[in-house]
Design a protein around this ligand. Structure first.
Ligand code: DAH
Length: 336
């Protein structure tokens, strides 16, 4: 067949293409190793006259080019046609659907906020297991065996060796066993206590532990870090105060209060007229804890603190019942 006739044929066939199958058939007929264009090139090899060969080659190449253009044009045409058909079925005047947006749970939000404040102060994050050894939860933290201090934590025991951690403090020991000072760590996590559920107790809740170990870490460093934290978290205008307390793993120990978020220290029902809210426990790491992780207590000093996430979330948002966090009532969750 002569090239011009072929060109004419291509054009006619392209004009008939109505769908993807037509397009595929059209492409297969001319393109590829078995296509007509390939065959033309094969025949070209048989021509002996140089000039004729050159001329013929040029024509076939032009034909090939023409075919490619036709194909591209038809492809574009089909895509546009498809789109038009799609749009025909869409009523752009219909009102949109109400897209239901998910939310981050308030406890997670508060955890993230606490983490971000300490990360900005240069702390790193560590984690530990929920199922913990009695050794890490108590013994290495200077709770003597059969000491009543263990009663402060109503423990879910698994067996003689394992329990559900009652606080995040065991992470201190795990980190110090593996790393050398200087350390500046926060450790968020879930903790467990054998408490009956009521407005301020839950068998599962969350804590964030923090600690710092180096040479010459002083109580004033603890005060500075925690004061900055409470200002960032609760508000610049609120003061903090430290009251003496007791924890087996710190000496001296303190409980830290922030001025009542609700009445700004004036005294109200939220703070039982004291003007202060207790937010966390803290202290200087006890030399016996350092000994348990083979740190020389003459060389290193450090502070530690631990806070209950639900508790400070309740204080910050004026929530009076812990159970609201776990019931997942959307009317409650939507407010955060
Ligand atoms: N682990 C303590 C608790 O759950 C809280 C705590 C108090 C942690 C003092 C500390 C600390 O690191 O120094 O009751």
């Amino acid at each position: 067949m002569n090239i011009n006739e072929l060109k004419e044929q291509m054009k006619n066939e392209a004009g008939q293409i109505k769908n993807e199958i037509d397009l595929k058939n059209f492409s297969a007929k001319y393109k590829g190793n078995n296509g007509l264009i390939s065959k033309l090139f094969q025949e070209l090899k048989k021509i002996e006259n140089k000039d004729e060969k050159k001329q013929k080659g040029k024509e076939i190449n032009e034909l090939k080019q023409y075919f490619e253009e036709l194909l591209a044009e038809k492809e574009k045409f089909l895509i546009e046609k498809l789109r038009e058909e799609e749009l025909k079925n869409i009523d752009v005047s219909l009102p949109g659907y109400d897209i239901k947006k998910g939310k981050i749970h308030p406890i997670t939000q508060v955890m993230e906020e606490i983490k971000s404040i300490f990360l900005r102060m240069g702390f790193s994050i560590a984690e530990g297991p929920d199922i913990e050894k009695d050794y890490y939860n108590f013994t290495a933290l200077n709770f003597p065996h059969d000491h009543p201090a263990r009663d402060m934590h109503d423990t879910f025991k698994i067996n003689d060796e394992y329990l559900l951690r009652t606080h995040t403090s065991p992470i201190q020991v795990r980190v110090m066993e593996k790393q050398k000072p200087p350390l500046k760590i926060i450790a968020p996590g879930r903790v467990f206590r054998r408490d009956a559920i009521d407005a301020s107790h839950s068998p599962v809740f969350h804590q964030v532990e923090g600690f710092m170990v180096d040479k010459n870490i002083r109580f004033s460093d603890l005060k500075g870090v925690l004061d900055l934290f409470t200002k960032e978290f609760f508000g610049r205008e609120l003061k903090t105060r430290f009251r003496p307390s007791f924890f087996p793993f710190t000496e001296p120990s303190a409980e830290v209060d922030v001025q009542c978020v609700n009445c700004k220290g004036q005294g109200c029902s939220a703070c039982k007229q004291t003007g202060w809210l207790e937010i966390l426990g803290a202290g200087m790491i006890h030399p016996n804890v350092f000994r348990a992780v083979k740190y020389d207590p003459e060389k290193w000093t450090g502070f530690a603190f631990g806070m209950g996430v639900e508790r400070i979330a309740m204080l910050k948002y004026g929530i009076n019942d812990l159970r609201l966090f776990y019931e997942n009532d959307l009317r409650f969750l939507k407010q955060f």
